[in-house]
Design a protein around this ligand. Structure first.
Ligand SMILES: Nc1ncnc2c1ncn2[C@@H]1O[C@H](COP(=O)(O)OP(=O)(O)OP(=O)(O)O)[C@@H](O)[C@H]1O
Length: 483
């Protein structure tokens, strides 16, 4: 494949269809760009030549120093509720949509994060630093490997610039790929302008790009809303099943596509405790693990409000229709959670609806075992009959023995459990260790971590430590990884 910056074609659908939400802008020049990590499989999937991306020319593209001919990089405008408070004007303060890869039906955004100040930067410096960008890289790729819809990470490039944080840190740009960067906040902004045509064009754009079946519905805007509700109910159930805590579920971090976006103060549960948060800026625990479904429902209500004028001319009727559609969230979330939990226990069909499934939650809440280890221990019990690994993780031995008797009597499918319960998730202490090393210039631990978390269902010799909880158990660990 022969490709260069000048021959790379990037679509401009968003910029041309929604100019009110797209501010043409250029990245800040990176003085000494250096590729830290390239996602070779993703590059190939996108039809990009990894060897070219590694070249000086490719790295200049990935850091924003060069723009392909015909491309129109834009900062995208959006609004959003952050920790419950409405910000009317957010937008990409430190990011740019370079353009779209692929044709109709398979368009994907190529986007830069950390590429310099834009008119949406407010007081920010427009920059990002190596640690958090590598963190987004490794966690998003882990999520993808776990089968959870997510934005993807194509590359992280060090800029060669020191960025002022608490102490000066090495700067970096993340090249991110997403089904799109349309957010609930994009609709909130469009609605706030009172420009009915803009709101309509945004909905049409979202339907064409993500939920094309809605175009043929009697009420396309309502069908779009229903499709986003369904996608997000499924997504949050998947987060909950692996113990993922997003950490900053503001409406500007909820996509219309149903992909997970923005890996800031996120982490995976270790000890099972629904009140767990990992973000020091979330003092109230608004975005705690156990709150995530209800927070997502709240965020979707904000999307429903934004769509009201498109749903029906009569506002009262529109509210009724949107409220009914939002009611689908709880049903769909519960169905996805129950089926997923059943699969984690190797149970399908009627067996997955047995009370033993829900009874496990009580056991988990009372004993706080490490979530990932516990389900792998159950996998062992189903496969070999060895109950000791599971027993070793709980205090209430009589309780677990009685529960194991009832569950094993249902004949759980150990193969299904092996495919469903990861051995490896990006545990916080391992991520921090790898990022600290990378920030100091040693990328080897990061490479090993990526290798482990992108094969989450494999028990591989030499990688045992990636399956182990932190030695001091991270139940109460709080971090905000900064930006
Ligand atoms: N250093 C910064 N300079 C300028 N703007 C910033 C900076 N950090 C964050 N922002 C802006 O603040 C808002 C909220 O930030 P948040 O951390 O949710 O987004 P992000 O991580 O930068 O990007 P994304 O949500 O696309 O992953 C966004 O509008 C973002 O562009």
């Amino acid at each position: 494949m022969s490709i260069s910056t000048s021959s790379l074609e990037l679509g401009t659908t968003f910029a041309t269809e929604l100019p009110e939400l797209a501010l043409p802008w250029r990245a800040e020049e990176a003085p000494e760009p250096r590729l830290l990590v390239l996602n070779q499989p993703l590059a190939v999937e996108l039809g990009l030549d990894p060897a070219w991306l590694r070249s000086d020319d490719g790295v200049r593209l990935l850091v924003g120093n060069a723009v392909p001919a015909g491309a129109t990089p834009v900062a995208q405008a959006y609004a959003g509720h952050q920790f419950g408070g409405y910000s009317p004007r957010l937008g990409d303060g430190r990011a740019l949509l370079l353009g779209e890869l692929g044709g109709p039906g398979q368009r994907r955004d190529l986007h830069l994060k950390g590429s310099g100040r834009t008119p949406f930067a407010r007081g920010g410096d427009g920059r990002a630093v190596v640690g958090p960008m590598l963190r987004e890289y490794v966690v998003s790729e882990a999520m993808h490997a776990l089968g959870i819809p997510t934005t993807r990470s194509l590359a992280v490039v060090a800029t060669g610039r020191r960025v002022q944080r608490e102490v000066p840190m090495p700067g970096a740009v993340l090249a991110r790929v997403a089904a799109s960067h349309l957010r609930v906040g994009s609709f909130q902004l469009a609605r706030s302008t009172d420009d009915a045509d803009l709101l309509r064009r945004l909905a049409d754009h979202a339907i064409a790009r993500h939920h094309p079946a809605a175009a043929d519905a009697a009420n396309p805007a309502l069908a779009l809303f229903e499709a986003v509700v369904a996608a997000q109910a499924s997504l949050v159930a998947r987060w909950m099943l692996v113990g993922f805590v997003h950490g900053v579920m503001n409406t500007d971090n909820v996509t219309i596509s149903g992909e997970t976006i923005d890996y800031g103060p996120c982490a995976f549960l270790e000890s099972f405790d629904p009140t767990t948060t990992f973000s020091s800026i979330d003092a109230q625990g608004r975005y705690a693990y156990g709150n995530q479904p209800v927070v997502m429902e709240w965020n979707l209500a904000r999307l429903g409000e934004a769509l009201l004028p498109l749903v029906h001319d009569d506002e009262a009727e529109a509210v009724t229709l949107v409220t009914d559609a939002l009611g689908g969230f709880r049903r769909q979330y519960s169905a996805a959670w129950s089926a997923g939990l059943g699969a984690k226990l190797g149970l399908t069909g009627a067996a997955s609806e047995e009370p033993v499934v829900d009874d496990l939650l009580r056991l988990l809440q009372e004993n706080h075992p490490d979530l990932t280890s516990f389900f792998r221990a159950l996998t062992t019990a189903a496969g070999t009959g060895d109950r000791e690994p599971a027993r070793s993780l709980v205090v209430d031995l009589a309780g677990i023995d009685a529960w194991l008797d009832r569950w094993l009597a249902l004949g759980p499918d150990a193969d299904l459990m092996r495919r469903t319960n990861p051995v490896v998730v990006p545990r916080n202490h391992l991520v921090e260790e790898a990022l600290d090393a990378a920030t100091a210039g040693d990328l080897e631990p990061f490479g090993r971590l990526v290798e482990a978390v992108t094969h989450p269902f494999e028990e591989r010799p030499g990688l045992e430590r990636y399956a182990e909880p932190a030695p001091d158990s991270f139940g109460g660990y709080t971090t905000y990884c900064g930006t």
